[in-house]
Structures are given as structure tokens and as C-alpha cells.
Design a protein around this ligand. Structure first.
Ligand code: ITT
Length: 204
């Protein structure tokens, strides 16, 4: 069987845009689920959470599902936000943060507050994808190393992009052109790994 389309099990439009623009050149149509399915991300790792999302959506659609779990790990914060990246503002670690604007803005404010005096500002983004095909599946991983900036910069991307500067650059991920982010990002690397894995598996 050749993989010509899949459903991306996400509610995050930033993620969707990135996966779509990176997979469609390979002839894979990327669709959003029509139904809003609630998945409790109870896993203790990115991979486990990606699998939980893929499994829940496969149960409803019975067609190829791609799911991702990603996050930011900050060295001086014991690896937090980690698997809590999307709701870091709301967890006890480091104290809760008020949401006055968007959730992304509150998450960023919390990371900046907790790293305000840190000398070691190293951090990395991690991405795990799971492709669920029913009778089997594939997974892949990607990582992007960098550091936490002292203040937000740039308008592009999503999530923590304005406060993350990737290794080898002196700007934030939010200041890069989309194609440049894809080339170096955790998601770009994980998706290219997935492509080569499914090519070997004869799906492309
Ligand atoms: P779905 O579970 O619906 O896919 P989500 O946003 O909840 O969407 P995750 O659980 O994988 O996704 O959490 C990822 C969070 O990590 C995301 O909300 C951002 O805060 C952050 N993140 C992941 N990738 C990022 C990127 O490329 N740039 C900036 N922040 C990112």
C-alpha cells in the first residue's frame, strides 16, 4: 500500500501548517480531523503521548493517522516545560502564570520569569511522530538545540518560537523564514526521518 493521504491528529494549527508544507511535496495529502476528539495526554514521554493521540484518532477514523508530541526542554529548569509545554503556565512547577492574552504568551512569560537570572540558557525542542496504520506503524524523532533569549523577538512560527534561538543563529525561530525553520527544526528533522523510514517500508 502506498501512503497518499493521512489525517494529522492535532488541534494546533501551527503544527498543521508545518507538517502540511513539509509532507505535501512528497505527494502525501495532509488533512485535519473533522471531529474534535479529546485525548488525555497521560503519557510520561513525548513518544507515549504521540502514540495515545494516534491511537485515539485511529479508533474513530480507521485510516492512516499521523500524530506528534513535541516540546521545549530547558536545561536550567530540570528539562521543563517538557511534556507539559502546551500548558506550562498552569502547572505547579515554578508557580502558576496568569493567562491575560494567549496561552502561548503566558507560557513564554513563565519561562522568561524562571530563567531571568540563569547563565546557562541552553534548551532544545524535541519532536516525536507516530504514524498509525492499524496493523502496524512507524515512529520518528527530531531535535533542535539552542538557547532561551532574554526577551521575545519575531512574529512568525508559534508557541515558544519568539524566545528560542537555534544553534548557529543569532535570531529567534520566530524571525526565520518558514522554509529556514523547517530545515533546522525538531519537526523538520523528525518528518524527514519519518519520510526515509516509510520509503524503506515501501509506502512511498
Ligand atoms: P496537539 O496535541 O493537538 O497536537 P499541542 O499544541 O497540545 O497540539 P503538544 O502537546 O505536542 O501539542 O505540545 C506542544 C507544545 O510545545 C506547543 O503547544 C508549543 O507550546 C510547544 N512547541 C512545540 N513545537 C514547537 C515549535 O516548533 N515552536 C514553538 N513551540 C513549540
Amino acid at each position: 500500500m502506498k501512503l497518499s493521504s493521512l489525517i494529522l491528529a492535532t488541534k494546533n494549527m501551527g503544527k498543521f501548517k508545518e507538517a502540511k508544507r513539509m509532507l505535501e511535496p512528497y505527494g502525501i495529502r495532509v488533512e485535519l480531523p473533522e471531529e474534535d476528539i479529546y485525548v488525555e495526554e497521560t503519557g510520561r514521554s513525548f513518544l507515549e503521548n504521540a502514540y495515545l493521540k494516534a491511537k485515539a484518532y485511529y479508533y474513530v477514523y480507521s485510516s492512516p493517522i499521523l500524530a506528534e508530541d513535541a516540546g521545549l526542554e530547558v536545561e536550567c529548569l530540570d528539562g521543563y516545560p517538557g511534556i507539559y509545554s502546551s500548558r506550562f503556565y498552569s502547572i505547579d512547577y515554578g508557580g502558576r502564570e496568569e493567562v491575560s492574552g494567549s496561552v502561548d504568551e503566558a507560557n513564554i512569560r513563565k519561562v522568561l520569569r524562571l530563567t531571568a537570572k540563569a547563565e546557562d540558557r541552553s534548551a532544545r525542542f524535541i519532536s516525536f511522530f507516530v504514524l498509525h496504520m492499524g496493523d502496524g506503524g512507524y515512529w520518528s524523532r527530531g531535535e533542535c538545540k539552542g538557547k532561551i533569549l532574554k526577551e521575545p523577538a519575531g512574529e512568525g512560527g508559534f508557541g515558544y518560537d519568539p524566545i528560542f534561538s537555534p544553534e548557529g543563529f543569532d535570531v529567534s525561530l520566530a524571525q526565520l523564514r518558514p522554509e529556514d525553520k523547517d530545515r533546522i527544526s525538531h519537526r523538520g528533522k523528525a518528518l524527514r526521518n519519518l519520510i526515509s523510514i516509510i520509503k524503506n517500508g515501501g509506502l512511498l
